[in-house]
Design a protein around this ligand. Structure first.
Ligand SMILES: Cc1cc2nc3c(=O)[nH]c(=O)nc-3n(C[C@H](O)[C@H](O)[C@H](O)COP(=O)(O)OP(=O)(O)OC[C@H]3O[C@@H](n4cnc5c(N)ncnc54)[C@H](O)[C@@H]3O)c2cc1C
Length: 405
């Protein structure tokens, strides 16, 4: 039995590992092994796109344990903040939240009640409701405009208005793990690349873009396979996508600038959302979470979301770097504080969870011998994550075993 796994992100690696015992597995990956969790670095290793995990990420944590890395998984309260009018406000403790001047006390109470209530709501019931409509009804115009719109614009850009309320509810419910002083998140000390290295061990990875054809069996790059497990973004299927009757899913693109800086930008805050009009929507200062001694330099991500056709995505790396450094000035960081800046981009960084998205979730089996898993699978609804992709990799492998082995 020969199986092709397309894509060596977390989902493809997990599926390949699960199936390797039972079949001959070939993994096709033209870019970095690790996909969106791939790393970069000189003298250290850091994810190209910021990554952390949550206490409820059972499948990811199990994988970290299976790979012998559990002792390196650290949990810490990561401080968050909001940048308004060029100033960064910490928003962690009840005291900091009460002191925040851009929201009335009534709105702060409404927001706190909403966070608690959303954990009890079944987000799938709100898949056909627009996020703007949902927030306006539950929390009113003021919170929508002043608090949520900047977050939505920074996450979904020009597609913000199409997003479903289910996405917001799911995100608040699944991902909020607040303690008194802030939100607790996890990270594998010295980087997730250690997990990727363990997961890829022993796998036959062909560094080619997979071109798939329906022949007597399945043909991938001229080689015949009994089954294909496809974990790459759906547009990569080309015309096969329509022949398999797969839905039209819109994707967002990500651009992350990683800045090596001489000083900290956000003091002790890990994650800052930006309310002001800027070219990036969030600042994630990695070395406010992990010790700077691990890297020898302050590491700061500037994150921006676009679409594959969006104006930002079509700019060159130099142009983006210039634009971002210009905006850093508005937050008090000078060009001379920036030692280097690297631009990383992902064309398909996640689905846009628009209204009615739940009906587009892809089943694992889409044709005889053809399976799909990854960001469009059920475990990644209503927000994609490392945990969701590892779970999808595990579940698709179970399905393949049930059918073929
Ligand atoms: C900016 C950013 C921040 C994130 N932060 C977090 C976080 O903090 N916590 C969290 O849990 N998740 C986070 N995520 C999400 C997480 O990275 C993804 O959900 C997860 O890594 C997706 O894994 P995957 O294997 O499903 O897909 P991918 O990682 O996209 O893997 C798919 C692979 O397929 C390959 N491929 C594409 N075309 C072909 C082809 N034709 N042939 C062969 N291979 C192909 C690609 O190169 C890629 O390696 C973040 C994502 C981004 C973009």
């Amino acid at each position: 039995m020969k199986i092709a796994v397309v894509g060596a992100g977390l989902c493809g690696l997990k599926a390949a590992r699960e199936l390797a015992e039972f079949a001959e597995i070939r993994v096709f990956e033209p870019h970095d092994v690790g996909g969106l969790v791939a790393s970069w670095g000189e003298g250290f290793s850091i994810e190209k796109f910021y990554h952390h995990c949550f206490r409820d990420d059972r499948f990811l944590i199990d994988e970290i344990r299976n790979c012998g890395l559990k002792s390196k998984l650290v949990w810490k309260i990561a401080k968050t903040g909001f940048a308004v009018d060029g100033r960064i406000y910490p928003l962690n403790t009840p005291f900091e939240i009460l002191r925040y001047p851009y929201m009335s006390l009534v709105d702060k109470i409404k927001l706190a009640k909403f966070t608690i209530k959303s954990r009890r709501m079944n987000y799938e019931d709100f898949d056909d409701v627009g996020v703007i409509e949902g927030i306006r009804k539950e929390l009113g115009e003021n919170l929508l405009e002043k608090f949520f719109m900047p977050l939505l614009r920074s996450k979904f850009g020009e597609n913000a208005e199409e997003v479903s309320y289910a996405w917001l509810l799911g995100r608040v419910a699944i991902r909020s793990n607040r303690k008194f002083a802030g939100e607790e998140i996890g990270y594998i000390r010295h980087g997730f690349h250690q997990l990727i290295e363990k997961m890829r061990e022993g796998l036959d990875i062909v560094r080619e873009r997979a071109k798939i054809k329906r022949a007597k069996k399945w043909d991938v790059n001229g080689e015949s396979f009994d089954a294909v497990v496809f974990t790459a973004p759906l547009p990569e299927l080309g015309e096969l996508k329509e022949r398999l009757g797969l839905p039209e899913i819109k994707y967002q693109s990500s651009i992350c600038a990683l800045v090596g800086a001489k000083r900290s930008l956000t003091d002790d805050i890990y994650w800052v959302n930006i309310a002001d009009e800027m070219s990036f929507g969030a600042i994630i200062e990695h070395t406010n979470f992990m010790p700077i001694e691990d890297y020898g330099i302050h590491l700061i991500y500037l994150a921006s979301y676009s679409t594959p056709e969006g104006w930002l995505f079509s700019m060159s790396d130099d142009e983006i770097a210039k634009l971002f450094v210009g905006d850093l000035r508005k937050l008090g960081m000078d060009e001379k504080d920036v030692r280097w800046i690297r631009i990383f981009r992902a064309k398909y960084s996640g689905p846009i969870y628009e209204k009615g998205y739940a009906r587009k979730i892809t089943p694992y089996k889409v044709a005889d011998g053809f399976y799909i898993a990854g960001m469009t699978s059920k475990p990644n609804y209503p927000e994609r994550s490392m945990n969701g992709s590892i779970r999808a990799g595990l579940e698709v492998a179970e399905e393949v075993k049930k059918d073929l082995l």
